[in-house]
Design a protein around this ligand. Sequence first.
Ligand code: URA
Length: 319
Amino acid sequence: MPEVGNLSNNQGETDSSPLNQAHLAKLLEQHLRSLQVAGLTHLPKNLDESNLDLSQLLTSPDTTASLPATATNPDNSSTKNYAAPQHTRSANEINEAPQSNYNETTNNAPATPTIIPPTDFSESNRLPLEQRQAALNVLQSEISQCTKCSDLAGQRTQTVFGVGAPNARLVFVGEAPGADEDRIGEPFVGEAGKLLDKILTACKLERENIFILNTIKCRPPQNRNPSQNELSNCWGYAERQLEIIQPEFICCLGSVAARTLLKTTQSLGKLRKQFHSYRGSRVLVTYHPAYLLRTPSAKRHVWEDMKMLMKEMGVELSN
Ligand code: URA
């Protein structure tokens, strides 16, 4: 398998098997996507078309022809309990425009819907585990130095990066660290975390097989909601975590996570009970465990949501 760091060398010449070509095409696509995420919209001349839109390149039949037409199951040893049924993306999902950066309010997205090639989640198309772990380590160290929100940085005990498997099929996105998380450095370790653990157990999930992260990495004082400015400063880190992990599924816990990830102002009630799309991942939205602590009657809704998610993931649950 080619090393990602060697993208620019001539491995295509030494091994031109279809598998390696497909893998290289996938790596190139990932690289272009990361450039697009970083803000690049056009490539300079020496490509035949001088004004080629990057989104066109990502979606042109030429560059995607060798990519599989449907998502396939990962052969993922650490998540082997959660083997998913093969999933074919709907026309709607395939036609959805790519998500832009949180900051991009006046984004450069093309006016017409862009066709995104379906994501292939098979291991051969994903970064090797060690590279994902290494990339997460680098990012974690970068985040630990962050002082973009000077108030939060001045008050925190530490940043709370997130925890779990770098090759998780499922990522939970919470809101922000609380006092316990700030002290321990891990998400969801307080009261809301205990409830999340119960939800995970009911879903036959284990923390070490999933990944848990927050929209922002520092504790807001008095556990207030993150401000728009804090989300703008910090959400890019979560985007990069998701880019590295490439989860097949994302579960947004609460409206802050849901609205930030899906770039919407819709209410949580409207966002529940359906799968959304985020850069090829299937997204389900449910209530935040802290809300359940205040409103236990909502637990049955969360259970319905989790059953829907587990069914899609191919995990059998008893009723
Ligand atoms: N609530 C969150 O959203 N995240 C945590 O890490 C803890 C509580």
